[in-house]
Design a protein around this ligand. Structure first.
Ligand code: CA
Ligand code: ZN
Length: 404
């Protein structure tokens, strides 16, 4: 009788694992992925290899910067500690949702996102939430316990466009799951930052930083309303500033001045262990003063490198030369998710791919696992490629003399 049950259980486990593997293998390789009204032609070069090194056990914090299945700029950061799952943003388009869903489900065991942070009302950050009624948003696909989101937007009319979609999807989720909603424009108070504690012994801290632009200080750019956060674990720190800018707004200067935890990092001189490049490595963020205070030891850039999405000026395409000039003083450990092959032809491929940074309790070094390769930016073919600008041949990007 006992042998019979062992047999049945073995068969069941085999079937579940086998079908899970089948779904995982088939989903991202679909040629034409229909998502609502959008049709997306998937690029078979995009690697779908998932991290093998993440155990998801207690004592291990993993931070994942996701590829988004298209040539567009966008942020999506997934953070896992045990059964606690945090999602910061979900860009770049609603066509990215199946990629993000598939990736998250391969790591999550409970289909519950304990925390979702939506930094600001730009599609490259919130398209995955702000879907039309016909398309399942991230809020429809996962149970969400706490939503932390921007309270302010440049679009003053919340009855129109993507902001209307976002509010509808979010409010439906709140009703469905009885979700806690933390609107930074109402709840965030300078000098009294909310800290969410995670883990059996509160070993992970998710601090919602105070940003001057949260509570009714107007900006002409949604970027400056970005929800900014700092995660601390085992003496290490991880900084996420969305698309907050310094250019014109002094957003980074104000962020540093208004948050004791950032002041402490600056005063210690130790620097943050990981920094998600502000505004996709734009020249409008990651300012000299902010970086000299934060001294990042590793930087992940969420972008499609060298894409003409926003500008034809090569030096200003993400990650920009100005960004590299500043951050190179602090680290050479810079990683980028995706690479644009040909903007006009809709071609893109993985740069580092899905970037997974792993912090393990009592281990000083951070682990790194990328789905494509772990080549640092300055050693990539793209960075060193010879191009012609105004009749002069030069490399795509230059590593500054005073760089690491
Ligand atoms: Ca969970
Ligand atoms: Zn953005």
């Amino acid at each position: 009788m006992k042998k019979f049950f062992i047999c049945i259980i073995t068969l069941l486990v085999g079937f579940v694992c086998g079908s899970g593997f089948f779904i995982y293998k088939t989903l991202p390789e679909t040629d034409h992925l229909h998502v609502g009204e959008e049709v997306y032609y998937s690029n078979s070069d995009i690697s779908t290899v998932l991290s093998k090194k993440v155990t998801g056990e207690d004592g291990e914090l993993s931070i994942h910067f996701l590829e988004l299945g298209n040539k567009y700029t966008g942020d999506c950061t997934y953070i896992k500690y045990g059964e606690t799952d945090i999602l910061i943003d979900c860009g770049s388009k609603s066509s990215s949702i199946p990629y993000v869903e598939n990736y998250l489900k391969s790591y999550m065991s409970d289909d519950t996102l304990e925390y979702v942070i939506v930094t600001h009302a730009h599609t490259d950050h919130f398209a995955g939430f702000a879907t039309s009624e016909k398309v399942s948003s991230i809020f429809d696909l996962f149970k969400v316990e706490t939503i932390i989101d921007f309270g302010s937007a440049t679009t003053k009319d919340p009855t129109k466009g993507t902001l209307k979609n976002y509010i509808r999807e979010r409010d439906e989720a709140k009703d469905r799951y009885n979700t806690t909603h933390y609107d930074v424009s109402v709840s965030s108070k300078k000098g009294n930052n909310k800290i969410f504690k995670i883990g059996d012994n509160n070993e992970v801290e998710l601090e919602i930083l105070y940003n001057y632009y949260y509570d009714h200080h107007e900006s002409s750019s949604d970027n400056n309303y970005s929800v900014c956060s700092l995660i601390r674990f085992d003496g290490k720190s991880f900084l996420f500033t969305g698309d907050l800018e310094e250019h014109k707004s002094q957003g980074e200067t104000k962020l540093l001045a208004d948050n004791q935890s950032l002041q402490d990092i600056a005063n210690s001189g130790n620097g943050v262990d990981l920094y998600k490049a502000g505004h996709h490595g734009s020249k409008t963020s990651s300012s000299e003063d902010f970086m000299s205070a934060m001294k990042p030891k590793m930087i992940c850039v969420c972008c499609c490198a060298g894409s003409a999405e926003y500008t034809d000026t090569i030096d200003n395409q993400f990650p920009t030369q100005e960004f590299i000039n500043v951050v190179a003083k602090y680290t050479k450990n810079i990683y980028v998710t995706t690479l644009c092959v040909d903007w006009e032809k809709d071609e893109f491929t993985s740069m580092n791919g899905n970037i997974v940074v792993i912090a393990t309790l009592s281990v000083d070094e951070l682990g790194l696992d990328c789905s494509n390769n772990s080549t640092i930016l300055k050693d990539t073919e793209w960075f060193n490629r010879t191009i012609e600008v105004n009749g002069t041949k030069r490399p795509m990007r230059t590593w500054p003399q005073d760089g690491k």
